[in-house]
Structures are given as C-alpha cells and as structure tokens.
Ligand binder design. Structure first.
Ligand code: IPE
Ligand code: IPE
Ligand code: MG
Length: 256
C-alpha cells in the first residue's frame, strides 16, 4: 500500500465505522449483466455495454477515494470471442473510446493502468490505446487499475508454465525453484496483489475463468444489480459485507 492510498483508506474506514484491517485493499470485479440491463429496457445489447463503460470510470474513481490499492476489472474474456461479430466490434470500439476517455481521471488521481490478458486478436486500435494509456500512467503512484481484456485464467497459468519451462531450458531456473511464489511471479499480474474481495454483478454464481490462481482465499460477493446500475452505494454494501467475513485461511477463527 502506498502513502497515497493509505490516507484515503483510513478516511473511508472511519466513515464506514470500520478499522482499516476490515477493509478490502485489493478488489476484483466481474462486470456482468450489461446485455440483460439493455434487454430489460428494450435497448440493443451494445447500449448496456456503453452504459457499463461509463460506470467503469465512476467506480474506479470511487475506489481511489475509498483507498483501494488495486482494482481489477474483467472487461472481455477469451471466451467472449464466441459472441456475434457485431457485438465484438461494438465492444472493441467502446474499449478504445473509454481507454482514451479515462486518461484525465487517471492522471489527476495517480491511477496506474495495467493490462492483463493476451494481446492476440485484439484490434490494433485497442492495443494502441491501451499502450498509450499504460505508458502515460506508468509512473503514477496511486491505485493500480488492472484491465482484464482478452483474459483467461487457465491461459494465464499455461503461459506461466511456458515461461518457467523456457527459463529451466536456459538454465536460468531449476525445478527446485518452482514454488507458489515462483508461479505467482510468472502470471500476468506480478505487480497486483491477490484480491481480498471478488464481486460479480447480475446474480451469476460463477467465476467464468477469472483470476483462477489469485482467488484461492478471496471473499466472493454477488449482487443482483446489473453492472450498468452498479454504484458507490452498492460498492460500500459489498465492503461492509466483506468486513463481517471471517477470513480463516484454513486456520482457526480470529473472531469470537
Ligand atoms: C458483461 O455483460 C460484459 C461482457 C461480457 C463483455 P454481458 O454482455 O455478459 O451481459 P449479460 O450477461 O448478457 O447480461
Ligand atoms: C464474464 O462474463 C466475462 C466478463 C464479465 C468480461 P460472461 O457473461 O462472459 O460469463 P458467462 O458466459 O455468463 O459465464
Ligand atoms: Mg454475461
């Protein structure tokens, strides 16, 4: 945690009547339900994605204000390529638009953008916008915003295995060096700590291939609210729920 996020965290904890240990420092969100939100309103699915994109900037800003150390958002899974070409094309255009649109917010608030996932098959207008936003925010010292775009938890582990195998082949690593820390450091997210809290919107009780390794002892929170309707109040509800959880990590209860 940096000094930057720490002062915000203390302020939010006091406001919510919690101590800082009860606050989640690293949050991940499966932003789901854009299509259903649009459907309920009789709008095309892409309108749900458009509204969902607006919520990303607001929630990222709320997380800065709350004092979150890292916020990792699931924007597009490798399985999402199965969707109709028209929806994918619309989504890619929105990613570029929002990746450019959030730059002033990120610069003003010391947010550092990190891409997690594969660059394969992503149109160059999106990778260009991603690269420029990452370069621009590289030295920011506040919250890390992890964007999972073209991401698969299983592929991430496969890629880590390949990177480790290549190092062993080159004698840069030996088999005895392979432990949990070693695998973690070869994932897409070495600079992001494992999430304390994983949220999913729109009531689905599944992981959908997100952060499989990193969520080993994460607390899971599901809300019926669709992502385009998600807001600060819902976020604080999740944090309050998290603060009541008893994280045992396999040991015995530390609460009476
Ligand atoms: C999440 O919303 C956004 C992406 C997966 C890109 P969905 O598009 O999955 O919305 P639903 O689940 O169909 O309502
Ligand atoms: C998970 O949502 C991926 C993202 C939110 C980007 P999906 O809507 O793709 O997941 P499933 O298909 O319902 O499991
Ligand atoms: Mg969905």
């Amino acid at each position: 945690m940096t000094e930057f996020t720490e002062k915000y965290l203390a302020k939010t904890a006091a406001k919510l009547g919690l101590n800082t240990e009860q606050m989640p420092k690293n949050i991940a969100i499966i932003m789901d339900g854009n299509g259903r939100w649009a459907q309920k309103k009789g709008l095309p699915r892409i309108e749900g994605h458009r509204q969902g994109g607006k919520v990303v900037e607001r929630i990222a800003l709320d997380c800065v204000d709350i004092g979150v150390e890292s916020l990792t958002l699931y924007a597009f899974s490798t399985e999402n390529w199965k969707r109709p070409a028209e929806e994918i094309e619309g989504l890619m255009k929105l990613y570029t638009q929002y990746l450019i649109g959030i730059r002033p917010m990120m610069m003003k608030n010391q947010v550092k953008l990190v891409h997690i996932g594969s660059r394969e098959n992503i149109p160059s207008h999106v990778t260009d916008a991603l690269d420029e936003s990452m370069e621009m925010t590289r030295n920011n010292v506040g919250m890390i915003l992890g964007l999972a775009l073209n991401y698969s938890g299983r592929n991430e582990i496969v890629d880590a295995a390949k990177k480790i195998a290549a190092k062993i082949k080159d004698s840069a690593l030996s088999i005895e060096d392979i432990d949990e820390k070693c695998i973690s450091s070869h994932l897409y997210t070495p600079q992001i700590k494992d999430p304390d809290l994983l949220m999913r919107t729109s009531d689905e009780m599944r992981i959908s291939n997100f952060l499989l390794w990193q969520i080993a002892y994460c607390e899971f929170y599901v809300t019926p609210v669709c992502w385009p309707d998600f807001n600060r109040k819902e976020l604080e509800k999740a944090i309050l729920e998290y603060s009541k959880r008893n994280r045992r990590f396999g040991g015995l209860s530390n609460k009476s």
